[in-house]
Design a protein around this ligand. Structure first.
Ligand SMILES: Cc1cc2nc3c(=O)[nH]c(=O)nc-3n(C[C@H](O)[C@H](O)[C@H](O)COP(=O)(O)O)c2cc1C
Length: 166
């Protein structure tokens, strides 16, 4: 089918879809890296499985392919600076996005950032070709939630905070 879809309008429309913000990290030996990612969703509960869509031209992509692991760090309201940093917006931190940031590990060894709302530590189970991106499915092997934290929200290319509706 031939279409004349305007990709800038497509981007605009997609930006109206409210999301949270995650940093997806991975590790192979001493090599650690991560990227800001909002193309993230839950796929199944049995087993607990999530999907992240990662562009093939990122530095993160070959690391996830190689290590077959990733962690999804769900950012909290105060972490917009971390989101910008892992999206490559802090040029001085591009050699080491983790500089000055506290992190730990759980089962897979992928970096788990401190101060997030929650994390899902994942073993890669399937990959699907999505053209410029790969859809990575991961089975959750460890997880944690800090329900005292509020979410970082992304809408119309801006960060927002949100308070729970009573
Ligand atoms: C809010 C936000 C969401 C993003 N979501 C994605 C995403 O879902 N997938 C993706 O590949 N890149 C996404 N990006 C862009 C990457 O974070 C960015 O290209 C990053 O610099 C890639 O890092 P790397 O090449 O060092 O791995 C997003 C950026 C922002 C600011």
């Amino acid at each position: 089918m031939q279409t004349s879809i305007d990709s800038s309008q497509f981007r605009q429309i997609m930006s109206r879809f409210v999301t949270g913000v995650t940093v997806v990290t991975s590790r192979s030996g001493q090599d650690i890296h991560g990227l800001t990612c909002n193309a993230f969703c839950s796929i199944t509960v049995k087993p607990c499985t999530v999907m992240v869509s990662v562009a093939k031209d990122t530095r993160s992509w070959p690391l996830i392919e190689k290590s077959q692991i990733f962690a999804v760090n769900i950012l909290s309201q105060t972490q917009s600076e971390i989101s910008d940093r892992f999206a490559g917006r802090h040029k001085d931190k591009e050699n080491n996005r983790f500089e000055g940031i506290s992190w730990t590990t759980d089962i897979t060894g992928a970096p788990i950032l401190k101060g997030t709302q929650a994390y899902l530590d994942c073993q890669l189970t399937q990959s699907f070709d999505g053209g410029t991106h790969t859809l990575f499915l991961g089975e959750v092997v460890a997880l944690n939630l800090d329900d005292t934290k509020s979410p970082l929200v992304f809408f119309s290319s801006s960060y927002l905070g949100i308070d729970k509706l009573k």
